[in-house]
Ligand binder design. Structure first.
Ligand code: DX5
Ligand code: ZN
Length: 227
């Protein structure tokens, strides 16, 4: 059974000179999570923010911080992000030591997610799917906001939903990249229940944009397994 649709604005597209205020606006607009993209210039070509910035804005909201690590060797930094205020720590399946990294996140009493690049098959999480809280399927190549949604990933989202529902697993299925009013309903129809949205939220009136995305997303019905 699919959970309620959650909207997770990605602060990568926010005005960083006003980061605290942008997060406050996102909460007022009805965001469910704050999505924070961490990039190291190795796993992806871009460099963004680390634990220092996360802890600086931690008291701006009570919403969970959904930290998306696009970094090599994530296990090395799990403690730092947990201490900085992450509630969900998601790392990429294309890195190493999946099982040990999951354990490290759990040892910190945080929720753990695994993310898949657009070309990575779901089978890479076969052995760990029963140990995670969230599966993040990328619908752009990670590294930058403002890219176009890759429609070819839709069947993988649908398959992910099928695995979760058939296994009666308590896992959120999150989709990240190119989500807007047109693509949000597609992602939901194929089984996503958390939508990350960067540019479509922060490049406009934040509160209005979140409400509009939610309306579009909730209007879509999941076509495989209905609630
Ligand atoms: C991309 C990041 C995304 C990004 C989404 O690597 O993981 O979270 O900020 O931005 P949009 O919604 O603009 O594609
Ligand atoms: Zn992200």
């Amino acid at each position: 059974m699919m959970n309620r649709i959650k909207i997770a604005p990605s602060i990568l597209s926010a005005d960083f000179s006003q980061l605290g205020n942008e997060i406050i606006l996102a909460e007022k607009g009805g965001a469910d999570l704050i999505h924070i993209d961490v990039m190291d210039g190795h796993f992806v070509p871009n460099i963004t923010i680390g634990p220092v910035v996360i802890s600086a804005v931690r008291d701006k909201t009570t919403l969970p911080f959904d930290v998306h690590l696009m970094i090599e060797n994530p296990i090395r930094y799990v403690d730092d992000f947990a201490k900085a205020g992450a509630d969900i720590i998601t790392f990429h399946a294309e890195t190493n030591a999946l099982l040990d990294t999951i354990k490290k996140v759990k040892d910190n009493d945080k929720k753990v997610g695994i993310s898949l690049n657009p070309s990575t098959p779901l089978s890479v999480v076969n052995d760990v799917i029963d140990k995670i809280d969230l599966l993040l399927i990328m619908t752009v190549h990670p590294g930058f906001s403002g890219q176009k949604f890759i429609h070819d990933v839709l069947p993988k989202i649908e398959k992910g939903r099928k695995i979760i529902d058939e296994g009666q697993l308590k896992i959120d299925l999150e989709v990240d990249g190119g989500i807007n009013e047109n693509t949000a309903p597609l992602a939901v129809k194929h089984g996503a229940n958390i939508l990350v949205a960067g540019s479509s939220v922060f490049k406009g009136d934040v509160m209005e944009r979140i409400k509009s995305l939610r309306l579009c997303a909730e209007g879509a019905k999941h076509k495989v397994f209905k609630e």
